[in-house]
Design a protein around this ligand. Structure first.
Ligand code: MN
Ligand code: MN
Length: 296
Protein backbone atom coordinates (compact mmCIF):
# COMPACT_ATOMS: atom_id res chain seq x y z
CA UNK A 1 0.00 0.00 0.00
CA UNK A 2 1.39 3.35 -1.07
CA UNK A 3 0.24 5.61 1.78
CA UNK A 4 1.97 8.67 0.37
CA UNK A 5 0.07 8.44 -2.92
CA UNK A 6 -3.25 7.79 -1.14
CA UNK A 7 -2.64 10.96 0.92
CA UNK A 8 -1.70 13.03 -2.16
CA UNK A 9 -4.78 11.85 -4.06
CA UNK A 10 -6.91 12.61 -0.98
CA UNK A 11 -5.60 16.14 -0.67
CA UNK A 12 -6.42 16.95 -4.30
CA UNK A 13 -9.87 15.31 -4.07
CA UNK A 14 -10.68 17.30 -0.92
CA UNK A 15 -9.63 20.63 -2.44
CA UNK A 16 -11.68 20.04 -5.58
CA UNK A 17 -14.73 18.80 -3.63
CA UNK A 18 -14.70 21.92 -1.45
CA UNK A 19 -14.41 24.10 -4.54
CA UNK A 20 -17.47 22.33 -5.97
CA UNK A 21 -19.40 22.81 -2.69
CA UNK A 22 -18.90 26.59 -2.86
CA UNK A 23 -19.59 27.04 -6.58
CA UNK A 24 -23.11 27.61 -7.88
CA UNK A 25 -23.87 25.00 -10.53
CA UNK A 26 -27.40 26.24 -11.37
CA UNK A 27 -27.67 27.15 -15.05
CA UNK A 28 -24.56 25.19 -16.00
CA UNK A 29 -24.70 22.09 -18.18
CA UNK A 30 -23.65 18.73 -16.75
CA UNK A 31 -20.98 18.70 -19.48
CA UNK A 32 -19.51 21.99 -18.21
CA UNK A 33 -19.52 20.74 -14.62
CA UNK A 34 -17.80 17.42 -15.47
CA UNK A 35 -15.12 19.04 -17.62
CA UNK A 36 -14.57 21.80 -15.08
CA UNK A 37 -14.16 19.43 -12.11
CA UNK A 38 -11.89 17.11 -14.09
CA UNK A 39 -9.71 20.08 -15.11
CA UNK A 40 -9.40 21.16 -11.46
CA UNK A 41 -8.14 17.63 -10.64
CA UNK A 42 -5.57 17.70 -13.48
CA UNK A 43 -4.42 21.24 -12.62
CA UNK A 44 -3.39 19.95 -9.19
CA UNK A 45 -1.33 17.09 -10.64
CA UNK A 46 -3.92 14.34 -10.17
CA UNK A 47 -5.48 11.98 -12.67
CA UNK A 48 -9.20 11.20 -12.74
CA UNK A 49 -9.87 7.78 -11.20
CA UNK A 50 -13.25 7.77 -12.98
CA UNK A 51 -15.40 10.27 -14.92
CA UNK A 52 -16.93 12.82 -12.54
CA UNK A 53 -20.45 11.62 -11.71
CA UNK A 54 -23.13 14.33 -11.73
CA UNK A 55 -26.30 12.54 -10.66
CA UNK A 56 -29.46 14.62 -10.28
CA UNK A 57 -32.54 14.04 -8.04
CA UNK A 58 -33.76 10.39 -8.22
CA UNK A 59 -30.59 9.33 -10.04
CA UNK A 60 -28.44 8.15 -7.13
CA UNK A 61 -25.22 7.52 -9.03
CA UNK A 62 -23.34 6.75 -12.26
CA UNK A 63 -24.43 9.59 -14.54
CA UNK A 64 -21.63 11.39 -16.33
CA UNK A 65 -21.88 13.85 -19.23
CA UNK A 66 -22.20 12.62 -22.80
CA UNK A 67 -20.05 14.52 -25.34
CA UNK A 68 -21.62 18.04 -25.35
CA UNK A 69 -24.38 16.90 -22.96
CA UNK A 70 -27.04 19.68 -23.04
CA UNK A 71 -28.76 18.91 -19.68
CA UNK A 72 -28.82 22.04 -17.49
CA UNK A 73 -28.92 22.09 -13.68
CA UNK A 74 -32.07 23.76 -12.33
CA UNK A 75 -32.60 25.71 -9.12
CA UNK A 76 -34.68 22.90 -7.60
CA UNK A 77 -32.25 20.06 -8.46
CA UNK A 78 -30.52 17.92 -5.83
CA UNK A 79 -27.08 17.37 -7.37
CA UNK A 80 -24.57 14.74 -6.28
CA UNK A 81 -21.04 15.34 -7.51
CA UNK A 82 -18.86 12.28 -6.99
CA UNK A 83 -15.19 12.57 -7.96
CA UNK A 84 -12.16 10.29 -7.93
CA UNK A 85 -8.48 11.19 -8.02
CA UNK A 86 -5.64 8.74 -8.57
CA UNK A 87 -1.89 9.02 -8.09
CA UNK A 88 -0.07 5.98 -9.55
CA UNK A 89 -3.39 4.13 -9.32
CA UNK A 90 -3.96 4.89 -5.61
CA UNK A 91 -7.44 6.37 -5.37
CA UNK A 92 -9.33 8.97 -3.36
CA UNK A 93 -13.11 8.69 -3.83
CA UNK A 94 -15.29 11.47 -2.40
CA UNK A 95 -18.68 13.10 -3.00
CA UNK A 96 -20.74 16.14 -2.09
CA UNK A 97 -24.43 16.93 -2.59
CA UNK A 98 -25.54 20.46 -3.41
CA UNK A 99 -28.97 22.06 -3.71
CA UNK A 100 -30.54 25.52 -3.75
CA UNK A 101 -33.91 24.22 -2.55
CA UNK A 102 -33.94 24.53 1.24
CA UNK A 103 -36.57 21.78 1.54
CA UNK A 104 -34.00 19.19 0.51
CA UNK A 105 -31.31 20.38 2.94
CA UNK A 106 -32.36 17.77 5.50
CA UNK A 107 -31.36 14.96 3.15
CA UNK A 108 -27.93 16.51 2.58
CA UNK A 109 -27.30 17.23 6.28
CA UNK A 110 -28.31 13.67 7.16
CA UNK A 111 -25.94 12.12 4.61
CA UNK A 112 -23.09 14.24 6.03
CA UNK A 113 -24.01 13.34 9.62
CA UNK A 114 -24.24 9.61 8.84
CA UNK A 115 -20.81 9.75 7.19
CA UNK A 116 -19.27 11.67 10.07
CA UNK A 117 -20.76 9.25 12.66
CA UNK A 118 -19.35 6.35 10.63
CA UNK A 119 -15.89 7.96 10.43
CA UNK A 120 -15.75 8.52 14.20
CA UNK A 121 -16.18 4.81 14.96
CA UNK A 122 -13.54 3.51 12.50
CA UNK A 123 -10.56 1.60 13.86
CA UNK A 124 -8.85 -1.70 13.04
CA UNK A 125 -11.15 -4.62 13.77
CA UNK A 126 -14.45 -2.74 13.61
CA UNK A 127 -17.08 -4.78 11.79
CA UNK A 128 -18.36 -3.35 8.51
CA UNK A 129 -21.88 -4.37 9.58
CA UNK A 130 -21.56 -2.09 12.64
CA UNK A 131 -20.58 0.80 10.37
CA UNK A 132 -23.75 0.03 8.40
CA UNK A 133 -25.73 -0.03 11.65
CA UNK A 134 -24.61 3.49 12.67
CA UNK A 135 -25.34 4.85 9.18
CA UNK A 136 -28.83 3.33 9.13
CA UNK A 137 -29.57 4.52 12.69
CA UNK A 138 -28.49 8.11 11.95
CA UNK A 139 -30.59 8.26 8.78
CA UNK A 140 -33.72 6.78 10.39
CA UNK A 141 -33.42 9.15 13.38
CA UNK A 142 -34.06 11.98 10.93
CA UNK A 143 -37.11 10.25 9.45
CA UNK A 144 -35.34 9.32 6.20
CA UNK A 145 -34.32 6.06 4.51
CA UNK A 146 -30.89 4.73 3.52
CA UNK A 147 -30.45 3.19 0.06
CA UNK A 148 -30.04 -0.45 1.08
CA UNK A 149 -28.49 -1.75 -2.14
CA UNK A 150 -25.72 0.84 -2.46
CA UNK A 151 -22.59 0.58 -0.36
CA UNK A 152 -19.04 1.73 0.18
CA UNK A 153 -16.14 -0.48 -0.90
CA UNK A 154 -12.52 -1.43 -0.43
CA UNK A 155 -10.00 0.17 -2.82
CA UNK A 156 -6.83 -1.21 -4.34
CA UNK A 157 -4.32 0.12 -6.86
CA UNK A 158 -6.24 0.81 -10.12
CA UNK A 159 -9.33 -0.88 -8.60
CA UNK A 160 -12.29 1.10 -7.29
CA UNK A 161 -14.44 -1.80 -6.09
CA UNK A 162 -11.90 -4.21 -4.66
CA UNK A 163 -14.25 -6.85 -3.25
CA UNK A 164 -15.29 -5.69 0.23
CA UNK A 165 -18.51 -3.72 0.86
CA UNK A 166 -19.19 -1.13 3.57
CA UNK A 167 -22.99 -1.35 3.86
CA UNK A 168 -25.37 1.53 4.54
CA UNK A 169 -27.66 -0.70 6.63
CA UNK A 170 -27.07 -3.25 9.35
CA UNK A 171 -26.74 -6.78 8.04
CA UNK A 172 -25.72 -10.18 9.38
CA UNK A 173 -22.10 -11.27 9.02
CA UNK A 174 -19.63 -9.22 7.05
CA UNK A 175 -15.92 -8.67 7.59
CA UNK A 176 -13.76 -6.61 9.95
CA UNK A 177 -11.82 -3.55 8.76
CA UNK A 178 -8.16 -4.35 8.12
CA UNK A 179 -5.08 -2.28 8.95
CA UNK A 180 -3.58 -0.19 6.12
CA UNK A 181 -6.36 -1.01 3.67
CA UNK A 182 -8.20 1.79 1.88
CA UNK A 183 -12.00 1.92 1.94
CA UNK A 184 -14.69 4.33 0.80
CA UNK A 185 -17.79 4.93 2.93
CA UNK A 186 -20.76 6.51 1.15
CA UNK A 187 -24.17 6.86 2.80
CA UNK A 188 -27.06 7.51 0.38
CA UNK A 189 -30.15 9.11 1.94
CA UNK A 190 -33.65 9.31 0.51
CA UNK A 191 -37.14 10.27 1.69
CA UNK A 192 -39.66 8.35 3.79
CA UNK A 193 -41.78 7.86 0.62
CA UNK A 194 -38.90 6.20 -1.20
CA UNK A 195 -38.46 2.46 -1.66
CA UNK A 196 -34.92 2.77 -0.32
CA UNK A 197 -33.46 0.81 -3.24
CA UNK A 198 -32.01 1.68 -6.65
CA UNK A 199 -32.67 -0.05 -9.97
CA UNK A 200 -30.62 0.05 -13.16
CA UNK A 201 -31.68 2.84 -15.53
CA UNK A 202 -31.58 2.66 -19.34
CA UNK A 203 -28.76 5.20 -19.75
CA UNK A 204 -25.19 3.88 -19.70
CA UNK A 205 -22.43 6.47 -20.05
CA UNK A 206 -19.66 5.08 -17.86
CA UNK A 207 -17.53 2.21 -19.15
CA UNK A 208 -14.53 0.14 -18.08
CA UNK A 209 -12.25 -2.45 -19.63
CA UNK A 210 -13.20 -6.04 -18.77
CA UNK A 211 -10.40 -7.85 -20.55
CA UNK A 212 -7.62 -7.05 -23.04
CA UNK A 213 -8.51 -10.02 -25.25
CA UNK A 214 -8.34 -9.07 -28.94
CA UNK A 215 -11.61 -8.91 -30.93
CA UNK A 216 -10.14 -9.71 -34.39
CA UNK A 217 -11.38 -6.34 -35.61
CA UNK A 218 -8.33 -4.11 -36.15
CA UNK A 219 -10.06 -0.82 -35.40
CA UNK A 220 -11.83 -2.12 -32.30
CA UNK A 221 -8.53 -3.59 -31.09
CA UNK A 222 -6.86 -0.21 -31.61
CA UNK A 223 -9.49 1.42 -29.38
CA UNK A 224 -9.01 -1.38 -26.84
CA UNK A 225 -5.28 -0.64 -26.63
CA UNK A 226 -5.98 3.11 -26.44
CA UNK A 227 -8.32 2.55 -23.48
CA UNK A 228 -5.79 0.32 -21.69
CA UNK A 229 -2.97 2.83 -22.15
CA UNK A 230 -5.04 5.83 -21.07
CA UNK A 231 -7.30 4.46 -18.34
CA UNK A 232 -5.93 1.02 -17.35
CA UNK A 233 -8.87 -0.95 -15.86
CA UNK A 234 -10.44 2.23 -14.42
CA UNK A 235 -13.79 3.63 -15.63
CA UNK A 236 -13.93 6.12 -18.52
CA UNK A 237 -16.48 8.20 -20.44
CA UNK A 238 -17.08 8.50 -24.17
CA UNK A 239 -16.18 12.22 -24.00
CA UNK A 240 -12.67 11.18 -22.88
CA UNK A 241 -12.27 9.12 -26.06
CA UNK A 242 -13.71 11.72 -28.43
CA UNK A 243 -10.73 13.98 -27.63
CA UNK A 244 -8.79 11.68 -30.02
CA UNK A 245 -11.51 9.73 -31.89
CA UNK A 246 -14.33 10.89 -34.11
CA UNK A 247 -17.55 10.54 -32.07
CA UNK A 248 -19.61 8.38 -34.45
CA UNK A 249 -16.69 6.00 -35.01
CA UNK A 250 -15.92 5.84 -31.28
CA UNK A 251 -19.56 4.98 -30.47
CA UNK A 252 -19.57 2.24 -33.08
CA UNK A 253 -16.31 0.64 -31.90
CA UNK A 254 -17.25 0.96 -28.24
CA UNK A 255 -20.52 -0.87 -29.00
CA UNK A 256 -18.49 -3.67 -30.61
CA UNK A 257 -16.19 -3.92 -27.59
CA UNK A 258 -19.24 -4.09 -25.30
CA UNK A 259 -20.80 -6.87 -27.42
CA UNK A 260 -17.52 -8.82 -27.26
CA UNK A 261 -17.52 -8.30 -23.46
CA UNK A 262 -14.12 -6.60 -23.63
CA UNK A 263 -15.75 -3.47 -22.21
CA UNK A 264 -18.43 -3.22 -19.55
CA UNK A 265 -21.08 -0.45 -19.56
CA UNK A 266 -22.47 0.73 -16.22
CA UNK A 267 -26.13 1.82 -16.09
CA UNK A 268 -27.26 4.82 -14.09
CA UNK A 269 -28.81 3.89 -10.73
CA UNK A 270 -32.30 5.27 -10.07
CA UNK A 271 -34.32 5.28 -6.82
CA UNK A 272 -37.22 2.81 -7.38
CA UNK A 273 -39.92 5.31 -6.31
CA UNK A 274 -38.17 8.17 -8.12
CA UNK A 275 -37.50 9.97 -4.84
CA UNK A 276 -34.56 12.40 -4.47
CA UNK A 277 -31.29 10.97 -3.12
CA UNK A 278 -28.41 12.71 -1.30
CA UNK A 279 -24.90 11.27 -0.86
CA UNK A 280 -21.73 12.00 1.10
CA UNK A 281 -18.47 10.06 0.76
CA UNK A 282 -14.98 9.81 2.24
CA UNK A 283 -11.99 7.54 1.64
CA UNK A 284 -10.30 6.25 4.80
CA UNK A 285 -7.47 3.95 5.93
CA UNK A 286 -7.61 2.28 9.38
CA UNK A 287 -4.19 2.25 11.08
CA UNK A 288 -2.61 1.86 14.53
CA UNK A 289 -3.50 5.49 15.34
CA UNK A 290 -7.18 4.87 14.61
CA UNK A 291 -7.98 6.08 11.13
CA UNK A 292 -6.67 8.39 8.43
CA UNK A 293 -9.52 9.94 6.46
CA UNK A 294 -7.69 10.90 3.27
CA UNK A 295 -10.50 13.14 1.99
CA UNK A 296 -11.20 15.10 5.21
MN1 MN B 1 -17.61 7.98 -5.23
MN1 MN C 1 -17.24 5.09 -3.95
Amino acid sequence: MQLEDYIKAGKIATEVRELVRKRNCVGKTIYEICEDVENEIKKRGGKCAFPVNVSVNEIAAHYTAEPNDPIIILDSDLVKIDLGVQINGYIADTAVTICNDGQLNGLIQTAEEALSNAMSMIKIGVKASDVGRIIEKTIKQHGFKPIANLSGHSLEQYTIHAGRSIPNIWSIGGFTLAENTAYACEPFVTTEKAGGFVRNGKIKNIFALNSRKKTKNDEADKLLEYIWEKFNMLPFALRWITKDWEEKKARELLEQLINKKSVQAYPILVEINEQPVAQAEHTFIPNELGVTVTTL
